[in-house]
Design a protein around this ligand. Structure first.
Ligand code: ATP
Ligand code: MG
Ligand code: MG
Ligand code: MG
Length: 467
């Protein structure tokens, strides 16, 4: 059966409401009062303190559809967008939780029931993974649910260290964590990629759709774990990935919502090739940046605001690549609101402000973008395989090209960036500014103007490092 994105959301929440779960609204993309986390990267974020036992709720079972952003910190998919069929920066996560109530058995059985009996996914296309020594979850899959053992894969310390496995989920470097069991869907042999645990598992054939995390520990800064007050369940399923399956397509970018957004991006950029990766990037980035503005994040040169600026500028650069030389990106906001405004009323309410913030950032970057691209072209005209760090720094310092944007352009051309050289150039400028004295430094900042404002190395580091 065909399920629209709206059908999928409603069906999920109804299923868990019928099983005693309280339906909770999506929380903002900026987590309240949590320095360990840059953005809400999963549905459990608003329940972090409930897991830790320092907050209580009037319910022990909850379900939600959570707006998530993975563009910084521990879970960062920015570099995957435009390259895989399954990653977004902004996406919606369907989730259900038990706070010291049910555990592995109920969680996995309900997941199976919902997928195979309600959404009616063909059981023979589903695979599961469990944490290497989790015999309990393994037995639920093989003995109670009846999944053939060939399709239940134990995944362990494959990335070095006990807690670095794909099947040990962590919100951030510290905080709630635990072993998990993931459900995969096989899109079929026409799509490249191998089953979970195999060397080519990173393809788009076997796609991870649902993670069931058995929250049991609180990770400490020194890497040791403490048990949580009670074992909990935390699940997360990507709405767009499920939609792709239910709509019979192999890519998230071909679902109803993304087709419409990509058509809007083609309209505004004049692109004729609907399969252009740039259109996918623009469609992804309008969601991320519009929701960020709606949740109070405006472009700036540090922290969350700098991530916001980087995402917007990447989108603009892709528009430029498609031939745009004037602001276009903000014009996608009404299209987005038409698609998502009902589910996210705050986005609809903030739409005029969102457009204004995006338009202002576009105007600012268009002042320097073309010139910066020329400099880049000249620097690479001799067939270089690495862009000199000095050039990357000049692009950053004078033309407002965040380093990751320069990387993005170079990657398309199969060219690397001399990051050490970039950092050295940044250091040299800082030292010169220090030597010239504080007064002069302020004048430099002043003179450079907002588009070219100097971003200190520390800030850049901070933006890259905050989890
Ligand atoms: P992947 O291995 O595919 O990157 P993940 O293991 O990082 O996914 P989890 O942290 O387990 O993902 O999140 C739970 C679910 O959220 C995933 O099973 C997937 O369906 C969905 N999801 C995760 N990251 C993204 C993303 N960038 N875009 C869309 N959906 C995502
Ligand atoms: Mg991931
Ligand atoms: Mg994974
Ligand atoms: Mg996962």
């Amino acid at each position: 059966p065909f399920f629209s994105v709206a059908d999928i959301r409603r069906t999920f929440l109804d299923f868990f409401a019928q099983r005693g779960h309280t339906v909770v609204p999506s929380s903002p993309l900026v987590p309240g009062n949590d320095p360990t986390l840059m953005f809400t990267n999963s549905g459990m974020v608003q329940f972090k303190d409930v897991f830790l036992g320092t907050d209580r709720r009037p319910y022990v079972r909850a379900a939600s559809v959570q707006a998530c952003l993975r563009a910084g910190g521990k879970h960062n998919d920015l570099e995957n967008v435009g390259y895989t069929a399954r990653h977004h920066t902004f996406f919606e996560m369907l989730g259900n939780w038990s706070f010291g109530d049910y555990f592995k058995r109920e969680s996995l059985k309900w997941a199976w029931e919902l997928l195979t009996e309600v959404y009616k996914l063909p059981a023979e296309r589903l695979w599961a993974t469990v944490y290497i020594d989790d015999d309990e979850a393994y037995d639920v899959w093989t003995k109670e649910i009846g999944l053939p053992p060939e399709r239940v894969v134990r995944i362990g310390d494959n990335k070095g260290g006990k807690y670095q496995s794909d099947n040990f989920w962590m919100m951030a470097d510290t905080g709630p964590c635990g072993p998990c069991s993931e459900i995969f869907y096989d899109h079929g042999p026409e799509v490249p990629g191998g089953p979970p645990g195999s060397p080519d598992a990173d393809g788009d054939r076997y796609i991870e759709i649902w993670n069931n995390v058995f929250m049991q520990f609180d990770m400490q800064p020194d890497g040791s774990v403490r048990p949580l007050p009670a074992p909990c369940v935390d699940t997360g399923m990507g709405l767009e990935r499920l939609a792709a399956i239910l709509q019979g397509v192999h890519s998230n970018y071909e679902i109803d919502l993304f087709r419409t957004l990509i058509a809007a991006a083609a309209r505004e950029t004049g692109a004729s090739d609907r399969d252009s990766p740039s259109l996918r990037v623009i469609a992804d980035h309008i969601r991320a940046t519009a929701f960020l503005v709606a949740d109070g994040v405006i472009p700036s040169n540090e922290g969350r605001g700098y991530v916001q600026r980087r995402i917007i500028r990447r989108a603009i650069r892709h528009g430029y690549k498609l031939g745009r030389t004037a602001p276009f990106f903000h014009k996608l906001v009404p299209d987005l609101v038409a698609l998502m405004g009902e589910a996210y009323p705050n986005l609809a309410a903030q739409a005029p402000r969102v457009m204004e913030v995006l338009r202002a950032e576009e105007e600012r970057f268009y002042e320097t973008l073309a010139h910066g691209m020329e400099i880049l072209d000249v620097a690479l005209a001799g067939g270089q395989t690495v862009l000199p760090g000095e050039v990357a720094f000049k692009l950053h310092d004078t033309y407002g090209f965040p380093l990751d944007l320069t990387h993005d352009v170079c990657r398309e051309r199969g060219v690397g960036v001399d990051v050490a050289g970039f950092e050295a150039a940044m250091e040299r400028q800082k030292a010169q500014a220090r030597a010239a004295g504080k007064f002069k430094m302020e004048r430099v900042l002043d003179y450079a103007g907002p588009a070219n404002a100097f971003v200190g190395y520390d800030e850049l580091q901070a933006a890259a490092k905050v989890v």
